[in-house]
Design a protein around this ligand. Structure first.
Ligand code: PHE
Length: 460
């Protein structure tokens, strides 16, 4: 337990530096890496997306994770409190940041439900049933009973872990699931690469073709980076607030970002070449790449194997995705509980109950977007409520939140308090570059991207 800088309140803490790194990495590595990154890479030209993404993570991503964890550790508060700490008039930035996980968590649990269904499906229905070109998937998500059921199963698992608390629940779960995830990811990537035709896919994924570069690619890479690193929504502020003063922020942050990128890279290496095998050409892959890449194309690839082998590979694959999704959903829920707790001063138990009620209600509504409410198409024909939630959080709110955070730290409170916080636990060699990033490069870059890409979309 540690004391909060202003209120003196006791708060939970990580048992050590590695527990923090593991927890932050477990929060970062999730559906964003395994489900979202590969379909974006496939859609936006493969190698050129991968390269843009890598550059963004190394410059801007690392800087933002460092900023947020330092802010959290300095104030010992989660997102809203952390901003209010510097003056009541800044509370709104925290509120905006806090809004993001409230939007993401319910739809995250829906996709978590799909993954659970598929993992079980390999055993219960067999690999052929899942590889029928999309009917199985559409039938499932549009069902009025089953799709809800699996969403609830996933939610229940998440709520149990969170209810056990930071050290007993979150740390233990991560310790088991993260190493298992890495082993499975490497194994499946190696396996996909042995499929006939997969190497062409690997080349598409790795070698950049700069003619495919576009502003749309950049906004998507940026939105993906926020989502994947769990930044611009207060999660890392909360996690930083549980960190001990003696543990180095700089080295933890580089490890987290490196790890997260590594898993995204591996996920692309599993999935993009597999899509190539199934679809044959770069154009077909880019044209078919979307949220359903994992649930429609991939099972077709697995189904080309001997059935018992396909069952094992398919099951292990979706189990891996499930582990990644669970640890992230746990971190999202934990952040919500912490926001409700700090905001209402209710006990952790009561805050958890409020959070659960919220997630369940919104989850049900968004899931209805695929069945009873499917007539609502917020982003144009064929779009769903889930697409809308994803767009609002990743392409609109997170960039705005990121700009506000950078301006807040760079120009209002000035970087000094955070630089001091970082230097408590380690040397800060990149200080100048970091300050330049926070004050100038990041806000200008994001604003430019936001204006050119999102505004026309909203205005129509
Ligand atoms: N970063 C997680 C992922 O890549 C998603 C997430 C977002 C988790 C926000 C926590 C907070 O899937």
């Amino acid at each position: 337990m540690m004391q909060n800088a202003k209120t003196g309140a006791q708060r939970a803490s990580w048992s050590g530096k590695w527990a923090f790194i593991l927890a932050a990495a477990a929060s970062a590595v999730g559906l964003g890496n395994l489900w979202r990154f590969p379909y974006l890479a496939a859609k936006y030209g493969g190698g050129v997306f991968l390269l843009t993404y890598l550059v963004l993570v190394l410059t801007f991503g690392v800087s933002m994770v460092l900023l947020e964890t330092a802010l959290g550790r300095r104030t010992r508060l989660s997102v809203i409190g952390a901003f209010r700490f510097f003056g009541a008039k800044f509370t709104f930035i925290g509120v905006l940041g806090a809004a993001v996980p409230f939007i993401i968590t319910p739809y995250y649990c829906i996709i978590g439900g799909w993954v659970t269904k598929y993992a079980v499906g390999y055993i219960a229905n067999g690999p052929a049933a899942l590889a029928d070109g999309g009917d199985f998937f559409t039938g499932f998500i549009s069902s009025n009973v089953e799709s809800y059921l699996w969403m609830f199963v996933f939610m229940a698992a998440v709520f149990i872990v969170v209810s056990l608390g930071v050290q007993k629940g979150i740390e233990k779960a991560n310790l088991i699931m993260m190493p298992a995830l890495i082993i499975m990811a490497i194994g499946i990537a190696l396996f996909t690469l042995t499929l006939p035709g997969a190497l062409d896919g690997a080349a598409y994924y790795i070698v950049p073709d700069f003619s495919k570069f576009s502003p749309e690619l950049v906004i998507n890479a940026l939105g993906q980076m926020f989502y994947s690193l769990s930044i611009a929504m207060g999660i890392m502020i909360t996690y930083g607030s549980y960190m001990r003063k003696e543990d180095s922020l700089t080295s933890s942050v580089t490890r987290i970002a490196g790890f997260d990128f590594g898993v995204s890279f591996l996920a692309g290496l599993m999935i993009v070449p597999a899509a190539f095998v199934a679809l044959g050409s770069a154009e077909a892959v880019a044209g078919n790449a979307g949220p359903s890449l994992m649930f429609i194309i991939l099972p077709q690839v697995f189904n080309t194997l001997d059935p018992s082998f396909a069952t094992v590979v398919g099951f292990l694959f979706f189990l891996l995705v499930l582990f990644a999704a669970l640890t992230s959903a746990v971190s999202l829920t934990e952040a919500l509980v912490s926001i409700v707790c700090d905001g209402t001063r209710l006990s952790r138990g009561k805050s958890l109950t409020i959070t659960i009620v919220f997630i369940v209600i919104v989850g049900v509504v968004v899931n209805a977007g695929y069945n009873s409410l499917s007539f609502i198409e917020p982003l144009g024909a064929g779009s769903s409520l889930l697409d809308f939630m994803d767009f609002i959080s990743n392409s609109v709110l997170m960039p705005i939140m990121a700009i506000l955070t950078c301006v807040f730290v760079g120009w209002i409170i000035k970087p000094k308090p955070l630089v001091d916080e970082i230097e408590i636990s380690s040397e800060f060699k990149a200080e100048k570059a970091w300050v330049a990033m926070i004050k100038y490069i990041a806000p200008i870059l994001i604003a430019a991207i936001l204006i050119t890409n999102v505004l026309p979309f909203i205005i129509g």
